[in-house]
Design a protein around this ligand. Sequence first.
Ligand code: 4FN
Length: 257
Amino acid sequence: MRIDVLTLFPEMFTGPLTESIIKRAREQGRVEIHLWDIRDFAEDKHRITDDYPFGGGAGMVMKAEPVARGLEAVLSAGERAGVPVILLSPQGRLFTQEVAKELAAHPRLVLVCGHYEGIDERVREAGLVTDEISIGDYVLTGGELPAMVIIDAVVRLLPGVLGAPASAVEDSFYHGLLDYPHYTRPAVWRGLAVPEVLLSGNHQAIARWRRKEALRRTLLRRPDLLRRAELSAEDRVILSQLVQEEGVDLKGLLEEG
Ligand code: 4FN
């Protein structure tokens, strides 16, 4: 996959994209990430990319022309078809694991980061962006961190990036649920023991315990996730046990709709 990012602050990306799993994915050629500085597409010798808002008010607005010229440099007219050009924006559809999977299926992505008060609306009106995505409902100073969140979530889904396909299989087994609790050595730490079943060597009992604890956590902390999770008949039995054990009210959360 190739990802192009347009931003006024390309240096914000260097840390997160040059460490750990993303670093290895780039070294292995599984993803190519190109950072473009919008300032390089400014029209004047001072390389101005922002201006005062028409109608007045606080803050600055990113000028349309440098962003448009940047997008045209990244994607020639002939290359545009089928390539998502995504503006990171509070107005976008919410980014979820489903959206990450959808984006991971494309050979190319273009991400555009706003800063200050945002980008001149005519970049959207001119049809230069195909998609707007938001990572959540809070005020940020720019679209750069959201772009990095999307890159992280998408790149780990690319073939070969996580190495062992077993972890992908497990991810899909726990599809839509929170993680079960994890433990590593020592078996007793500061007087706290690891749950016995995990030391039993009984793989079937371990799998049952993990599934139950994943369901317990999801029920207690994120019951909203249960509606969309893939639950087996056995899961539904375990859940009704947990509802009793924990004394919570499911309030029809498992019904469709
Ligand atoms: N944010 C809100 C309402 C009004 C403005 C903002 C806001 C960065 C350029 C956009 C924010 C959050 C998630 C991009 C927020 C995201 C941004 C994102 C983002 C500078 C203009 C701005 C109601 C959501 C609290 C600033 C709500 N995902 N404006 O943050 O780019 O992608």
